[in-house]
Design a protein around this ligand. Sequence first.
Ligand SMILES: NC(=O)c1ccc[n+]([C@@H]2O[C@H](COP(=O)([O-])OP(=O)(O)OC[C@H]3O[C@@H](n4cnc5c(N)ncnc54)[C@H](O)[C@@H]3O)[C@@H](O)[C@H]2O)c1
Length: 381
Amino acid sequence: MSKKKLNIGMVGYGFMGRTHSNAFRSVSNFFDLPLEPVLKTICARNGERAEAFKNQWGYESATTDWKTLIDSPEIDLIDIASPNDTHAEIAIAAAKAGKMVMCEKPLGRNAAESEEIVAAVEAAGVPNMVWYNYRRVPAVTLAKELIDSGKLGRIFHYRAKFLQDWTISQELPQGGEGLWRLDVKVAGSGVTGDLLAHCIDTAMWLNGPIEEVSAVTETFIKARKHNLTGQMEPVGIDDASLFLAKFQNGSLATFEATRYARGHKALYTLEINGEHASIAWDLHDLHRLQYFDHSDEGRLRGWRSLHITDRDHPYMSHWWVPGLQIGYEHTFIHQAADFIEAAAKGESASPTFREGLRTDDVTDAVLESARSRAWQSVRQR
Ligand SMILES: NC(=O)c1ccc[n+]([C@@H]2O[C@H](COP(=O)([O-])OP(=O)(O)OC[C@H]3O[C@@H](n4cnc5c(N)ncnc54)[C@H](O)[C@@H]3O)[C@@H](O)[C@H]2O)c1
């Protein structure tokens, strides 16, 4: 018997449009799902390129206006993989039309925008999820299972970094295609919403809510030529953002993100220290989890490097044989699988839009603390 179809309207064919399209195209080959995802329509602003993307990735049609996806009775799910300033309008319209909605991170450019998005999906009762994909790295999912099982005991410290180096040149313009992340009107913020948002989502998933933050941000290059106006314009984003945090469980944390760490392209690392054990993970070695267990026999005690490729590791029974690792794109496939499972029951998958809003509450507090130079409480909801 053929499965019920899940017809997808994808907005954006850039970096994330490709990871999501790849996920929906291959997920049914590896996961036995209740719905069959169908790449129905791709939407992007450039018609010729949207058409080429449609042909290359196997979409049935292409459009340059996302409203045609909303109006189409054939589309079940709107997947938003376009820049941050487009998320709210598209997500709210999709929810009002009764469509399921998936959205790239950060959910909104700030918590106020995200609040409106959450209100729309909750009023409509439509399944939703934010693409914080690092939760679905099998090693990170295993970290969550170990922490939840109590193996670490009381948690004292959390440490996260996300380091890049691609905006160091003074000559790099801001705005427009490929460089919208440097334009604060489009992005909402700099590395706080772009990179730290990932670290915060993972941190709260692993270690619970963050109560208070104290932050410092810096914009190293104060003016850049704007690609759309051709004029030198002030840079409104934070180039680097560092903060201290207190979690509700009493643990302390440091977070750091920058695009000025020469030599680092996308180094996301996290470490968590508990009473009995510690865990560390590194995106450049994403299939490994470092684990230290103080209950090991003293003479043999040390950091273990676990190769997360066995059948009893999260998600790995869907892949190859033990010992063979998977990569970055698989995190999106896992997320698509989990969403489809939930959506078939009319439910959202985690991180829901409401969880995405909680991350934006933290990034708002970080930016406010940097402005006020004072500790800032994080709104709890
Ligand atoms: N989960 C992750 O790890 C991750 C990584 C990168 C980006 N992102 C997020 O994904 C989103 C997109 O980022 P990206 O790197 O893929 O960007 P990108 O610049 O590579 O691609 C953006 C796409 O959006 C399309 N677009 C822009 N405005 C549009 C509009 N009004 N209507 C329809 N299409 C429009 C463009 O044509 C392009 O195809 C952002 O929110 C970003 O923060 C998440």
